[in-house]
Design a protein around this ligand. Structure first.
Ligand code: SF4
Length: 209
């Protein structure tokens, strides 16, 4: 019904706005024919379903309200109703590392708050890191004698964010025993650790173990 009204009146207010909805409802209530509210509502709904349709071109030449319709007179029917623009998703680039040492995969815990807060993750760097940057980062973490190989890129979409992830498979020759990583077997990954889907995708696409 709201769609029909916005076209009839060429009202360019955003259709999901509560104030707008209330005003239209109040205006309609004033013109509802006494004792025929049901028929009036049903007629408007039917008009909206089969003549003044939501998608495609409204069938104005078949519309009983054509002579009253402001949008039709101006030829601007497709501009109504005005809908809220969806916010664009933010894109975050990451470099995700599948680090293997002695047949085990490195996991770490995410920070307690924010997206996937407190969950397990594959170690990762912000942005697209190259091999030299990864090497430097590994050394800072106490991981040396590494063989680094590029893996498949993976994209994961959250409601408001897209992660565009490069991945690298890293055979870690030496790992300092006091490193911040938790080294787990493939069986443990399947049974004991709930890895978020974004990281699971990276793991599955590259299968390092
Ligand atoms: S004339 Fe066209 S745009 Fe206007 S109410 Fe009828 S079908 Fe909708």
């Amino acid at each position: 019904m709201l769609r029909v009204v916005t076209r009839l009146t060429a009202d360019s207010r955003e259709i999901s706005n509560t104030k707008f909805k209330n005003e239209i409802t109040a205006a309609l209530q004033e013109i509802y024919p006494v004792d025929k509210c049901g028929i009036f509502t049903q007629s408007l709904m039917e008009l909206g379903a089969v003549v003044c349709m939501p998608n495609g071109t409204p069938r104005c030449t078949e519309c009983p309200l054509q002579s009253l319709c402001s949008a039709c007179a101006a030829g601007t029917q497709p501009a109504y109703p005005v809908k809220k623009k969806k916010a664009q998703r933010r894109i975050e680039e990451k470099t995700v590392l599948l680090m293997i040492h002695a047949g085990r995969l490195a996991l770490q815990k995410r920070a307690g708050s924010g997206l996937l807060g407190g969950m397990w993750e594959l170690p990762n760097l912000s942005g697209k890191a190259d091999t030299a940057q990864i090497q430097k980062w590994l050394e800072k973490c106490g991981i040396t004698d590494c063989r680094i190989q590029k893996g498949s890129p993976v994209c994961h979409i959250f409601t408001h964010i897209e992660w565009h992830m490069d991945s690298y498979l890293i055979e870690c020759g030496k790992a300092a025993p006091d490193s911040d990583f938790t080294w787990i077997t493939e069986q443990a990954l399947e049974k004991e650790y709930a890895l978020p889907t974004a990281f699971k995708k990276v793991y599955t696409q590259n299968r390092p173990l």
